[in-house]
Design a protein around this ligand. Structure first.
Ligand code: GLU
Length: 427
């Protein structure tokens, strides 16, 4: 039975690197019909915080990485002490005050790795004796980790390669306690966009921040998957349920991948395109509510028609209230470009005529609006663009956006008249 675990310390939020480790463990368990264990490594009582624990659990659930079992190391301190006592009794460890220290004997350790080509080789003569239990009676990471991985029957340890130096220190504890040694797979680190380690500036933001920024959980897991594995060919969009059928930890990339926000943006927009209008409405709703764009008692039909206009244009869910603000405001804000366009010329005559044409339409739909608009520019002997651009600026305060005639249909006759009238000078 394949049993894997993700073992976060609740001393900070779940970041991109941790989320990828969790995802690879979860996927491997699902792919092989195994179990995914979540182990909270809260041995550092001073630095472990409830708010981080909640954030980690929420983020994992949001990503869809549900666990089969959960354990808290803070509830298992006595167990670690008992095992340390065993090592004392066998003469393999000694006491220093309250602390219990493991006697390291020189030996060469060779550990095969499921991802790396070369096994990890290590000479224990370069390390000092290892603390198992600290003087405050709390266990060290390397000790508690081994006891738990053994007792929880973890078969495969999949973690970041920043832990490579810990692995031999753990192997000597397995040996001393006579525990079977699991298999190891060390994932190459994720690099920042500009090379170097992932930092806050180059992408190491908490998963919950990506959620707030309006990334879909499916897009984030798809992107994290690409940061260390490929489904083959040039396929880049792959949902977890499909990845489960193909994933094997042995196929994980051997070299570090760089975090690339533009790529994540692209993946996110692909997932937005897959949603139905109704699904997308439900997802953008909290962002619109938060911006005060809509109230709880919003006009669903209106919101849905606005969602349809922007679904191909937004990259993140948070783009929606920004791009579509003019559909919900009474007082428009004008971008400098839009303001400039409207100041360039007096459009009183054109806008007045356009209002007349709009008023005469029986059916105020996109097609009729476009026909009336095109016949007006023909009569005025101007190019369509000469009127489209100022009208767009007057109606939306922006110089880019959805097709003008679709926009006009959704905005409706009354609002169009009000907005154009602001630019008609009385004579
Ligand atoms: N608590 C350790 C960490 O967050 C776990 C490392 C491991 O997977 O063994 O880095």
């Amino acid at each position: 039975m394949i049993r894997v675990r993700f073992a976060p310390s609740p001393t900070g939020n779940l970041h991109i690197g941790g989320a990828r480790t969790a995802l690879f463990n979860w996927l491997y368990a699902k792919a092989k019909g195994g179990k995914f264990i979540l182990r909270i490594e809260d041995t550092d009582l001073a630095r472990s915080k409830k708010e981080y624990l909640d954030e980690i659990l929420n983020s994992l659930s949001w990503l869809g990485l549900e666990w089969d079992e959960i354990y808290y190391q803070s509830e298992r301190f006595q167990l670690y002490r008992d095992y340390a006592q065993q090592l004392l009794a066998k003469g393999l460890a000694y006491k220093d005050g309250e602390a219990i220290i493991f006697k390291v004997t020189p030996q060469k350790i060779i550990i095969p790795d499921l991802i790396r080509k070369e096994p990890i080789e290590f000479d224990t003569s370069v390390i000092k004796d290892q603390v198992l239990i600290k003087s405050d009676l709390s266990p060290t990471y390397n000790f508690a980790c081994v006891i738990d991985d053994a007792l929880m029957k973890v078969s495969h340890i999949i973690r970041g390669d920043d832990h490579i130096s810990n692995t031999p220190k753990q192997i000597i504890i397995y040996q001393a306690l006579g525990f079977p040694i699991p298999e190891f797979a060390h994932l190459p680190l994720i690099m920042g966009t500009e090379g170097g380690r992932l930092s806050k500036r180059t992408g190491a933001t908490a998963v919950s921040d990506y959620r707030k920024m309006g990334y879909l959980s499916q897009a984030l897991t798809n992107y994290l998957l690409l940061l260390g594995w490929s489904p083959g060919g040039d396929q880049e969009i792959i949902e977890l349920k499909e990845a489960i059928k193909k994933f094997d930890i042995k196929d994980a990339n051997k070299t570090a991948a760089a975090f690339n926000l533009e790529k994540l943006d692209w993946v996110n927009s692909q997932y937005i395109k897959k949603l139905s209008d109704e699904e997308l409405l439900e997802l953008v709703k909290p962002y619109s509510l938060e911006k005060g764009q809509i109230k709880e008692s919003f006009d669903r039909k209106y919101l849905l028609s606005v969602v349809k206009l922007f679904r191909e244009r937004i990259t993140t869910l948070a783009d929606f209230p920004d791009y579509s603000d003019f559909f919900f405001k009474d007082e428009l804000e004008f971008s400098p470009e839009a303001a400039k366009r409207l100041e360039a010329k007096d459009y009183s005559r054109e806008f007045k005529l356009l209002i007349e044409r709009m008023d005469s339409l029986e059916n105020f739909d996109c097609l009729n609006i476009e026909n009336a608009f095109r016949s007006l520019v023909k009569e005025l002997n101007i190019k369509a663009g000469d009127l489209i651009h100022p009208v767009r600026s007057a109606l939306s305060g922006k110089t880019i956006g959805p097709g003008l005639f679709e926009l006009m249909e959704v905005l409706g006759r009354e609002k169009i008249k009000q907005r154009l009238n602001k630019f008609i000078k009385e004579t």
